[in-house]
Design a protein around this ligand. Structure first.
Ligand SMILES: C[S@@+](CC[C@H](N)C(=O)[O-])C[C@H]1O[C@@H](n2cnc3c(N)ncnc32)[C@H](O)[C@@H]1O
Length: 261
């Protein structure tokens, strides 16, 4: 799924996520569609995205015919993947340029996906509207994630499943990014890295029942080592979340009990 990087807008790309772009409309400072495309075109990007995607898709479970919301959908890559799995997909993002990129990618694939500019803190959907919600690496740019969790729980149907993918705190990737933030990277100055326990607490405080929490991406930010270690990722994941650059949580919205019904 890797595409060519856009020329002109790119300044630096060195990481699991791109670092700076000249996109002033981005909710996360300096993060734009051009850098995403460049990241996915790199060898490290291809390997890393594949492992993360496999984790997220696995946790989402059955998708065919399901209504799915991708919160912080970026340039639409996951949304298109979900649509290709026969889900009915809506994507929202606070960044106009990300949504424009998502629409144009979807159009090129003839994918019927509703993309909207919206803030995750105020989702423009009624209660219980979606059977599945995915939110991948959006909380890492949000200081207080609790309102987003509550809002996602609100629009999730009882019995529906939320899957969150986030940047793990105890990994070499997070350490390097923190250092970049201290050295002045505008993006990583804003970066938030969470532990598995923090993610679990956020979901539970929003009234969701956590089903699964696992790690991925145990290799350091180095393409040569990644190639060697990526096949071992599932084994590490079965053992611990410590060391994982990516954490994935699946939680279900409890259906109302007989008393509440
Ligand atoms: C790191 S990107 C991830 C994009 C996509 N989920 C992916 O994994 O490729 C984070 C995205 O979240 C969006 N975002 C950040 N804060 C947001 C908010 N409060 N509401 C909606 N979108 C937000 C950004 O504009 C950006 O597109």
């Amino acid at each position: 799924m890797a595409t060519r990087p856009e020329s002109g807008s790119v300044r630096i790309v060195t990481d699991q996520m791109p670092i700076e772009d000249s996109d002033p409309g981005c909710a996360a400072a300096g993060l734009g569609p051009g850098l995403y495309a460049q990241w996915r075109a790199s060898m490290l990007g291809v390997m890393t995205e594949r492992l993360e995607r496999r984790t997220i898709i696995g946790l989402l479970g059955a998708l065919a015919g399901r209504s799915v919301l991708d919160v912080g959908c970026g340039d639409g890559d996951l949304a298109i993947d979900l649509w290709e799995r026969d889900a009915r997909v809506t994507g929202i993002d606070a960044s106009e340029s990300m949504i424009a990129a998502a629409r144009s990618r979807a159009q090129a694939r003839r994918a019927e996906i509703a993309f909207e500019v919206a803030a995750a803190e105020r989702l423009p959907f009624p209660d219980g509207h979606f059977e599945r919600i995915a939110a991948v690496t959006i909380l890492c740019f949000v200081e207080d994630a609790a309102p987003l969790l509550r809002e996602m729980a609100r629009v999730l149907r009882p019995g529906g499943r939320l899957v969150i993918g986030e940047l793990g705190k105890w990994s070499s990737w997070a350490a390097a990014r923190r250092i970049r933030g201290w050295l002045g990277s505008p993006l990583w100055r804003l970066g938030r890295f969470r532990t598995a326990r923090e993610l679990r607490a956020l979901a539970e405080q929003a009234g969701l029942a956590v089903e699964s929490l696992r790690g991925a991406i145990y290799y350091p930010r180095c393409a040569v080592l990644a190639r060697w270690m990526a096949p071992l990722d599932a084994r590490f994941s079965a053992m611990t979340t410590v060391g994982a650059a990516f954490l994935a949580l699946a939680a279900v919205k409890p259906a109302p009990g007989p008393a509440a019904a």
